[in-house]
Design a protein around this ligand. Structure first.
Ligand SMILES: *Cc1c(COP(=O)(O)O)cnc(C)c1O
Length: 388
């Protein structure tokens, strides 16, 4: 028995299952097998194929982005997006400490250093106010109009916010601060496929945005990612992610240092089938979020709802516990009863690799890390239901 039994009962009823309930699992209820088999039959399983083009075109149409370029994973998409935004060795990139490791690693792969700025409690994402305050105290525009860190003169090139669990950041605020300080805006929208801010798809506000199709995301290609960009940046992204090969019927010529970051056709086939299910997934996830909110309304747990002006994909539902010991109790009891719940990531500024990076006041991120727990959030079809 635990004080969370009513919540656990609600979750088991929802999933109609007495088996283990994962945090999130993929569901293949459409044309997945047909399309994947089609790539095998055609022998086009690798880096060239019709599904890659189709997946890119459909994803561009779905998000309203001028271009969408498929990549081997979301981290690679971020690395290339940062490079196209001009991030190079010795630069700084402003980001949030509350994120998955890929955000910071992509910065480090560009030989740049993150600057950690606090998040807002309402969005769980990078705070425009905190960022502007930190910049006023620590940065200035040099005579070429570049934003530089006063302490060491290094250029602060870009800003990389992350839309946590699918909840969009305060994008109006971030765009204002980025233009004031001449920073390139790149959105880590890995968790936010299907999320909108004032009706516009997340990941299409900055100069570039990126998505992930890892196995735990709302849509999966097994592993994969996408760069959302304007026409010119999209062309460059395609070039860089396909070894910077100069188009030619048979000659091998590469005009700069590129990457083999393209998404195999096999994976793109899975993506095309999954994309056809996305609206079904979104509707079910928003319904589950509404039911969680209602069920928890009078409890000690506060459900995290979408921020104002936003439509969240509710990729991972979250609650705030009244204190750290309640959080611990909830994590213990849920996992013991076979219902997977998870704390938020260890804050990036605490990890060995990033402890030396500059950071502002991070009290909101710390507070969230002490209080937040993710609840099971997959669609029903992802869990085999009990034979009745
Ligand atoms: C999943 C994710 C990524 C990308 O991860 P890949 O596994 O490389 O696709 C990047 N940032 C965040 C915040 C993520 O959750």
């Amino acid at each position: 028995m635990s004080r969370f039994d009513s919540l656990f009962g609600f979750i088991r009823d929802h999933y109609r299952s007495d088996a283990a309930i994962p945090l999130h699992a993929p569901a293949f209820i459409g044309q997945e097998k047909t399309y994947v088999m089609d790539t095998l039959d055609s022998t086009f399983v690798s880096s060239v194929g019709a599904y890659v083009d189709q997946f890119e075109q459909r994803m561009a149409a779905y998000t309203g982005s001028a271009r969408a370029v498929a990549t081997v994973n979301g981290t690679a998409a971020l690395q290339v997006a940062l490079r196209i935004a001009g991030v190079s060795a010795g630069d700084y990139v402003i980001t949030q400490p509350l994120t998955f490791i890929a955000t910071c690693n992509a910065i480090a792969y560009c030989s740049a250093t993150p600057i950690f700025i606090d998040v807002d409690r309402t969005t769980l994402g990078l705070s425009p106010q905190a960022m502007d305050e930190w910049l006023q105290q620590n940065a200035q525009l040099d005579d070429q109009g570049r934003c530089v860190h006063r302490a060491d003169g290094r250029v602060i090139r870009a800003c990389l916010p992350m839309h946590t669990f699918g909840h969009p950041c305060d994008l109006d605020g971030l765009m204002t601060v980025c233009s004031r300080w001449h920073l390139g805006l790149v959105e880590d929208a890995a968790e936010a496929l299907g999320s909108r801010y004032r009706g516009q798809h997340a990941g299409t506000f900055g100069r570039l945005g990126t998505l992930s199709f890892n196995g735990n995301k709302i849509l999966t290609t097994g592993g994969g990612g996408m760069i959302l960009a304007n026409e010119a940046d999209g062309q460059r992204a395609k070039h860089l992610t396909t070894t910077a090969k100069v188009p030619h019927p048979y000659e091998y010529d590469h005009d700069e240092l590129g990457y083999n970051f393209r998404l195999p056709n096999l994976n793109a086939a899975l993506g095309c089938a999954q994309l056809e299910q996305l609206d079904v997934f979104l509707a079910e996830k928003r319904q589950l979020a509404a039911e969680y909110a209602e069920h928890l309304a009078d409890s000690e747990l506060t459900f995290v709802s979408e921020p104002p002006h936003c439509e969240s994909n509710y990729w991972l539902n979250a609650v705030l516990c009244p204190n750290a010991s309640a959080r611990q109790a909830l994590l213990e009891a849920s996992n013991q009863s076979g219902i997977m719940m998870r704390p938020v990531w260890r804050l990036m500024n605490e990890l060995t690799m990033y402890q030396q990076a500059p950071a502002g006041d991070l009290s909101e991120a710390r507070w969230l890390a002490d209080h937040l727990v993710n609840l099971p959030s997959g669609v029903r079809a992802s869990i085999p239901s009990e034979a009745t």
